[in-house]
Design a protein around this ligand. Structure first.
Ligand code: FAD
Ligand code: NAD
Length: 399
């Protein structure tokens, strides 16, 4: 009898950890497991804002896939998924087609642009190693041009659209990086504008007020300008247009205004909300008992708060454990488990040695929060590849 085929799409938190967990849960001859990913490396999406600002090299953020999974146990296919043929149990890649008995969709997210005119064409987003390398290079080149081109203000104006966690973490890194760029390119720091624009009445809407205040004070002191209650309504080659009609001219616009599930899921005809599938409690696609969804493509409801959990790496990682155990249960005829996220807290970095966070009921500020963030990152690396992975890729200097 042929072995069941398990196909995992996406090598981010949800996908690579599903592969790692299946490798542990299943005997080597039990199933044919295939992981498909665009690149031959896994990257930590949660560090991309550092690479975008240029405060951390992207080689620290990415890990070659053959350093994580046992290639004798799992087939790795480096290719791009272009279509999910849900009723035919087929997946079309750029260079081949694959079939499966069990499918794990873990393709991450796309930027949510809310149909804002010109955003897709003119703004950068913090999504992948390729996208953040471009942002870093673009900012540096704009600074390099400044003294060659009559010192136009827009070359050294950076607009960050959206002050959720991604926006805040990114401007925190820029607050560290820009003074270095100013020294490098002979530009007075006070001439540079970094403007973080937020539609809601406050930055980090919904987060603890005291922590938000700490973040704002800290970042303003380090030269970040905030505009709140100020939706961006248009983006063009010169900059952004705000809902109040004001224009801000900027050579660099980075959109951090939110995410939606990978477009391929919606395009396949699955029912989605902002591109995310409201999965069954066991993480299966409603109506498809052999398809699981993990990470940013999956929508799960926080029943206490009666709203979706925000998509996070924390949840994607936890889901991979349930996905692997449930696929094993399906193969063995066992009972499937329900996924219950165990939210340990939220910690957001504000740059080198600075962060804010809430872990349980405890609020963390400054160096303590920053050390906690590194502990969280190192813990993930430990789950991925044990102590050797922590030593190789971890952030070992906590303070
Ligand atoms: P991803 O990790 O994004 O992985 C998706 C994978 O699919 C990628 O490897 C991609 O290359 C691959 N892929 C995509 N399309 C295709 C295709 N067509 N074909 C083949 N492969 C494809 N969450 C936290 O919990 N804590 C944090 O501190 C935190 N910080 C963040 C900081 C930033 C800057 C950002 C942007 C997000 C942060 N998040 C954080 C959110 C977190 O990164 C996401 O929720 C998490 O990455 C989701 O995991 P995923 O596996 O669904 O997607
Ligand atoms: P988000 O949806 O959390 O925040 C987007 C922000 O953009 C919101 O505050 C929104 O009001 C604002 N916005 C939307 N439209 C706008 C407009 N037209 N003009 C100005 N502002 C506008 O998105 P995100 O920050 O990219 O985060 C995505 C997910 O990743 C979230 O679930 C988040 O929790 C997670 N994340 C977590 C961390 C962390 O835990 N440290 C870090 C980054 C991201």
């Amino acid at each position: 009898m042929s072995k069941p085929k398990i196909l995992i799409l996406g090598g981010g938190y949800g996908g690579i950890m599903s592969a790692v967990r299946l490798q542990k849960e299943l005997g080597s001859d039990e199933a044919e497991v295939t992981l498909v990913n665009k690149h031959n490396y896994h990257y930590q999406t949660t560090w991309l804002h550092e690479n975008a600002a240029g405060t951390l090299h992207h080689d620290k953020t990415r890990i070659m896939i053959d350093n994580i999974i046992d290639m004798n146990k799992i087939n790795f296919v480096q290719d791009t998924v272009v279509e999910l043929k849900k009723d035919e149990k087929r997946v079309i890649l750029e260079n081949q087609e694959l079939t499966y008995d069990y499918l794990v969709i873990a393709l991450g997210s796309d930027p949510e642009t809310f149909g804002i005119q010109g955003l897709k064409e003119n703004a950068f987003s913090i999504r992948s190693i390729n996208s953040v390398r471009k942002i870093r290079e673009h900012i540096e080149y704009a600074f390099a041009r400044y003294n060659n081109e009559n010192q136009p203000d827009d070359l050294i104006t950076i607009v960050v659209g959206g002050a959720g966690f991604t926006g805040i973490e990114f401007v925190g890194e820029l607050a560290d990086r820009v003074p270095e760029l100013c020294r490098e390119y002979d530009i007075p720091r006070e001439k540079v504008r970094i403007v973080n624009i937020e539609a809601a009445p406050t930055v980090l809407p919904g987060f603890d007020e005291e922590l938000v205040e700490y973040a704002i004070n800290n970042l303003e002191r380090r030269g970040i300008e905030f505009l709140v209650n100020t939706p961006i309504k248009e983006c063009n080659t010169d900059g952004v247009v705000l809902a109040n009609g004001e224009e801000i001219k900027a050579a660099t616009i980075v959109w951090t205004g939110g995410v939606r599930g990978n477009h391929l899921v919606e395009e396949a005809g699955f029912e989605t909300m902002r591109g995310r599938v409201k999965v069954d409690k066991d993480l299966r696609m409603p109506g498809f008992e052999y398809i699981f969804v993990a990470g940013d493509c999956a929508l799960i409801i926080d029943e206490e708060a009666n709203r979706p959990y925000p998509p996070t790496a924390q949840i994607a990682i936890q889901q991979s454990y349930t996905v692997a155990r449930n696929i094993k249960a399906l193969m063995h005829g066992g009972k499937l488990e329900e996924f219950k996220p165990d939210i340990k807290g939220t910690v957001a970095s504000l740059g080198k040695g600075e962060a804010i966070g809430k872990v349980g009921n405890k609020k963390l500020f400054g160096a303590t929060a920053s050390a906690m963030k590194k502990v969280i990152d190192n813990r993930y690396l430990f789950l991925l590849g044990g102590v050797p992975m922590v030593i190789k890729k971890g952030k070992l200097k906590l303070f």
